[in-house]
Design a protein. Sequence first.
Length: 367
Amino acid sequence: MGRESVKGGSRPPSTGTAPPTAALLPFHIVTGFLGAGKTTLINRLLRAPDLADALVMVNEWGEIGLDHLLYERLSGDAILVSGGCVCCALRGDLVDALRDALARRDDGRLPPFRRIVLETTGLAEPAPIVHALFADPDLAARLSLAGVTTVVDAVNGAATAARAESARQIAFADRLVLAKTDLVPAALRAARVAEASATLRRLNPIAPILDGAAGELAPADFLAPISAPPSAAPPSASAGPGHRVQTFVFRSEAAIDPAAFAQFLSALGALLGPRLLRFKGLFALADRPETPILVDGVQHVFHPPRQLPAWPNADRSTRAVLIVEGVGPREADTLWAALTRVPRLDAPDLAALTDNPLAPRPGGLLG
Ligand SMILES: Nc1nc2c(ncn2[C@@H]2O[C@H](COP(=O)(O)OP(=O)(O)OP(=O)(O)O)[C@@H](O)[C@H]2O)c(=O)[nH]1
């Protein structure tokens, strides 16, 4: 198959639940503002043998998309999801396109691709896309989020970061890639990269920042699953200029009480509601300190917490990233303090927080 367009139409048949032994297919999201350099980056990555069996999906505005035609690959597939933005009106179409691609892979009409790379429109917000993925049972049974890569134009990036869509794309990223640094005169490059990095750091204190034009994002790095906050996460909150997206990074050396952990997950959804954009964390529970619990959630939808067989590295501390909109440091700290049972004179415990009959209850994180 070559390239094709998917738009609207009736919902494809369910792809069913994959057999328990089937590995989940990694699903990579590449986002970034209009013209940032997404297609260019993906094209470079697709040249690597490890990405030869990737299915590329491109989401574009308008009835006639062009981006998928810019994909240089001849042997692989690029599917266009056109007509709007997958993050809002077209979310259903994206789900349909994904279900359809999986069904066709299953019955041999598509080659057995081993991963999917989605390039979003420059105006898309990643949270609703990931939300759609997590919330659809068929897709959740077949696909696993393998990372959100946000491409930022090193020339115009600081200006576009002031836009709400761009800020959310940056805040949500598991990794940030600076494009077009080669367009900056060599004498100014280091200063420009430092300036752009500082802007990105205010919005996202933990994602690695890589110079894409200098080839710093190797295909192997792109493929590596990103599932937990890095060990070296700075314990700080950040706020970007002119908008309300904030990222909080928490860490605790003490093992977490399992009952408090369950309450904490409910409290996050109940108290933060739609202000919660993304939460991911690795937790050391007191009753199973050798096998950390991985929590991965988007808005109020969470994958069931997963017990990992072992810690990914020597760092055995509990650590979590909370990306929110319109939540102040005090509110975020209160939740974390209640989880970790750090005594604070003015802070209620988790039971008091979740028992508040006035608190909004959109279903909780595990519901
Ligand atoms: N010199 C240079 N040009 C780049 C780089 N990345 C992208 N470009 C150019 O920037 C323009 C836009 O790049 P694309 O990769 O199409 O950007 P995009 O984010 O996919 O664009 P949209 O899908 O329209 O939002 C193209 O002319 C690219 O050749 C880079 O690192 N260096």
